[in-house]
Ligand binder design. Sequence first.
Ligand SMILES: O=C[C@H](O)[C@@H](O)CC(=O)C(=O)O
Ligand SMILES: [Zn+2]
Length: 287
Amino acid sequence: MELRTAASPRDVKHYTTERLREEFLIDDLFLPDVIKLVYSHIDRIITGSAVPVKETLKLTAGDELRAQYFCERRELGVINIGGAGTITIDGKAYHVAHKEGMYIGMGSRDITFASDDAAAPAKFYLNSAPAHRTCPTVLIKPEGTPEDGVVIVKDCNKVELGSLETANHRTICKYILPGQVESCQLEMGMTKLEPGSVWNTMPCHTHDRRMEVYLYFDMPEDALVMHYMGEPTETRHIVMRNEQAVISPSWSIHSGCGTQAYTFIWGMVGENQDFDDMDDVAMTDLL
Ligand SMILES: O=C[C@H](O)[C@@H](O)CC(=O)C(=O)O
Ligand SMILES: [Zn+2]
């Protein structure tokens, strides 16, 4: 497991491009037959990926968690951005298709990942946070009919925002949040931009009570997103490519502008689970 420490905004404003990328960018996710995990001291979020191709992959606590198993004291959110696959939790198999996800509650011991087809492997994106109680493990589908153990994203959790005129027409699909999928602190969802729209989260915001991690994907290899971060009056950018993630501290804005439309997954943890608890930044105040 790779470890990242927290960073102070007073230091970050002096960082070079290289240092900014070292601290915040995660550019080696989704390697085949590897579970990659990055542990951040910021709210102790773990960001990672599991891409089973030739093998079934088993999630372990590693040395770092000083736990017998990964979810001993943690909850885990998963969204599959690849082909269909199976997540097996303590002997129970959940079939997770493209853009479906899971919430896996604290206390789940044995977690494995497999793909249906090695030629189109599943790409499981992972966000995990410390937990204090067990919430039910569920499969999450953006569309469909609910069954036992399966939650369908509610219409009120598919929020259309922005417009083509301001190049930010997008739909926020909220997967894990109170009232739909119960968790201790983790919230997760996916935002998809419409063709011709390139800006996410502009007008932008900070939220002092939560940190966030973004994963940008569904873009060609030569496309890029300029991810904007920093205090509102000290903005910086990180050039991001397909399937790369970025850590966003509470004090930072988190916004992006791509060379074309893209999709991203956001994961949030921290003090509260109030999605709308944001500190909006006026466009005219950004520097
Ligand atoms: O705090 C909320 C997160 O920044 C995202 O949900 C924002 C987002 O997906 C968007 O505006 O496009
Ligand atoms: Zn935000």
